[in-house]
Design a protein around this ligand. Structure first.
Ligand code: HEC
Ligand code: HEC
Ligand code: HEC
Ligand code: HEC
Ligand code: HEC
Length: 496
């Protein structure tokens, strides 16, 4: 650096306070540049490093800069000198010689201010960008977001940024989210946070701006075959198939209104629920052709006064509340892994034992890992000792898979256990679709919201030994044509 600038630095740091400020400012500047290099080159990746680089050190830098004038003020107070006298004391005649405005001192001051401003704006831009990275949202607060981070990474949306669903567009939403985020930081620091984090999330960005950017309602047409398999608890873990033709159509053409009817532009459903939890409805309204709304009232709750403020217009998240943070239920989690082949179907009693292993109730993840392992090993050692030799690979794989299932779904620090976050997509235990499609929500003449079993799906097989009962006499050769014959207009495409 030129001597001129060094003189300037020495000149402005007039006393201990000023010097401390200067050291703080320059060293945090240097450290931040260094950390940024390590981040850009990928040497350091932790979310904490980002916080240090873009928040901690720039803050220290500003504190340093502020200390310098504080130093001057203190010095003025103690010595009783005027600013002019001090300037003359600190800087050479040379620097002060020329006319006031054009003086070398003012120019140096401007250069430094300019550099500082650039530096601070770059740091804050980087900070804002960085705070939008899923790895930041997911890991900066340690265990707090661990359930959401774990489920996010294995979800169909693992490439969609958290902020794309959680933070609205525009400066207002940005400010809102930062205020909210600051509150979250405070509540994490002082442990004021509710565990598990309560749902529904009221600040979620409207589906129109998020989900519908990538999935638009007109895209939903026809039907979709879904084949679900559950394994029994017997020795062979007998598979039982349920096959549904899900009518996912959005349109109403030729009377084929399907599941996405709710989100078609022409339709609107709104509702109010007890405690705003969206679990038990007070009333549901549906828009009529003339623009008026027809109301269905819950006859179980006619005595509850409802606040009109809490009404909500139905959108994607009312059904897809677990679009990304998909917590499984243990039974289905095991079924899915067996079907995928991650758990060997040939291991005797594997369904029963796997389920037992992951639902025994543990206190830490280390204990869980250990007990899951012991559970399977001791079961096979006691009952099928030779399998420990012949099927050892399968057993190890099953253990690893189950530990994984457990660690993705269960988060002790946040009190997230099996079933804490229900999924509204189906109608298990009267939840999901049956929150509205039930016999208690009735219009003024007592007619309930439609709910017959074939409105949303045809059932091709229900807990049957084959996925398609009607195919039981079909051969491999004529399978497809039998299928087409059976399903005819039901849908256009299918895959098994
Ligand atoms: C595709 C959209 C989407 C993405 C991407 C997404 N979320 Fe969510 N998030 C949701 C929805 C929908 C809910 C549930 C809202 C409800 O039940 O009211 C939710 C709920 C949550 C909750 C409340 C607790 C819970 O588990 O339901 C937290 C915390 C959360 N998300 C954090 C995150 C974090 C952190 C990321 C990124 C790592 C992220 N989200 C990415 C859509 C998304
Ligand atoms: C940035 C684009 C994007 C946004 C925003 C988005 N999605 Fe998706 N979504 C995708 C993609 C891509 C897939 C397909 C992933 C795949 O096939 O593995 C997908 C898949 C899905 C699936 C099918 C999942 C499955 O198991 O096959 C559902 C349901 C879904 N999204 C619902 C939603 C909902 C609800 C929202 C809003 C909360 C949303 N999406 C927001 C891009 C997006
Ligand atoms: C009334 C409840 C409901 C609403 C509202 C709803 N969906 Fe769905 N959606 C479903 C069901 C049920 C399925 C079929 C689930 C399955 O395949 O397991 C589905 C399937 C999907 C799929 C997968 C389709 C495929 O062909 O595999 C996507 C993507 C999707 N929905 C996105 C959305 C988006 C985006 C919105 C909002 C614009 C929305 N859904 C609104 C219930 C709903
Ligand atoms: C918030 C309440 C609510 C929820 C939750 C809800 N629906 Fe609906 N749905 C309605 C209302 C209201 C109608 C209009 C029914 C009527 O006019 O009788 C409707 C209509 C439908 C229709 C069209 C019926 C027709 O032939 O016109 C289908 C299909 C449907 N819903 C499927 C589903 C599925 C599947 C789910 C769950 C994934 C679901 N709904 C969840 C309120 C809801
Ligand atoms: C309002 C729409 C709707 C109505 C009415 C409805 N279902 Fe369903 N049903 C669904 C949806 C959505 C799923 C979930 C599909 C999925 O897993 O994604 C489902 C899933 C199922 C399953 C599979 C459950 C599993 O995981 O093994 C069965 C069986 C079933 N329904 C039977 C019925 C019967 C019987 C009735 C009549 C009492 C009925 N459904 C009425 C929408 C409906």
């Amino acid at each position: 650096m030129k001597k001129k600038y060094l003189n300037f630095i020495r000149g402005v740091s007039i006393n201990k306070t000023g010097k401390a400020g200067m050291v703080l400012a320059t060293s945090s500047f240097a450290i931040m540049i260094f950390l940024e290099l390590l981040r850009v080159t990928g040497v350091l990746t932790s979310a904490l490093v980002g916080l240090f680089t873009y928040l901690l050190f720039p803050t220290l830098f500003v504190v340093g800069l502020v200390l310098i004038p504080i130093g001057w003020m203190k010095y003025k107070k103690t010595t009783g000198k005027t600013t002019k006298e001090l300037i003359e004391k600190q800087f050479s005649k040379d620097e002060l010689a020329q006319s006031e405005v054009g003086s070398a001192l003012v120019r140096t001051l401007l250069i430094f201010t300019f550099i500082n401003l650039i530096f601070l704006s770059v740091a804050s831009m980087r900070m804002l960008n960085y705070m939008e990275e899923p790895v930041f949202c997911g890991t900066a607060c340690h265990s707090v977001m661990s359930p959401e981070w774990a489920t996010y990474q294995v979800s169909p949306h693992s490439r969609v940024k958290c902020v794309d669903c959680h933070v609205g567009e525009g400066i207002g939403a940005l400010v809102d989210s930062k205020i909210n985020g600051t509150w979250q930081m405070i509540s994490v620091t002082f442990d004021l946070l509710e565990r598990p984090i309560p749902t529904p999330v009221h600040q979620l960005r409207p589906a129109r701006e998020t989900c519908e950017k990538c999935h638009w309602p007109e895209k939903f047409y026809g039907s979709k075959i879904k084949s679900i398999v559950h394994y029994d608890s017997d020795e062979t873990s007998t598979p039982k198939y349920t096959t549904l033709v899900l009518k996912v159509d959005a349109g109403e053409e030729v009377g084929k209104a399907g599941i996405h009817w709710h989100i078609d532009d022409a339709n609107e459903v709104r509702y109010a629920s007890i405690d705003d939890e969206r679990k038990e409805m007070l009333w549901v309204e549906v828009k009529q052709d003339d623009g008026s709304f027809k109301r269905f009232t819950n006859r179980k709750h006619t005595d509850i006064e409802y606040a009109f403020d809490d009404e909500r217009k139905m959108d994607c998240v009312d059904c897809h509340n677990r679009a990304t943070h998909i917590y499984e239920n243990p039974r289905e989690a095991v079924d899915k892994r067996i079907r995928k082949g991650l758990i060997d179907h040939e291991l005797p009693y594997i369904k029963r034992e796997a389920l037992g292993a992951i639902t025994s109730g543990f206190t830490t993840h280390d204990v869980a890992d250990e007990i899951i392992k012991n559970h399977l090993i001791s079961f096979y050692r006691d009952n099928y000792p030779n399998l420990l030799g012949t099927k050892s690979k399968s057993i190890d794989k099953a253990i690893e898979t189950l530990q994984n299932v457990y660690n993705t779904n269960i988060h002790f620090g946040m009190n997230v256990d099996w079933g804490v976050y229900p999924n509204f997509l189906g109608h298990k235990n009267g939840s999901g679709c049956f929150r509205c499609h039930n016999n208690d929500l009735v219009d003024e003449v007592g007619t309930p919201i439609k709910n017959d079993c074939t409105m949303c799906h045809s059932i091709l097989a229900n807990d049957s030994p084959q996925p398609f009962t009607y195919l039981k006499d079909a051969t491999n050769e004529n399978r497809d044509s039998v299928m087409h014959e059976y399903l005819k207009d039901e849908f256009l495409e299918y895959s098994l």
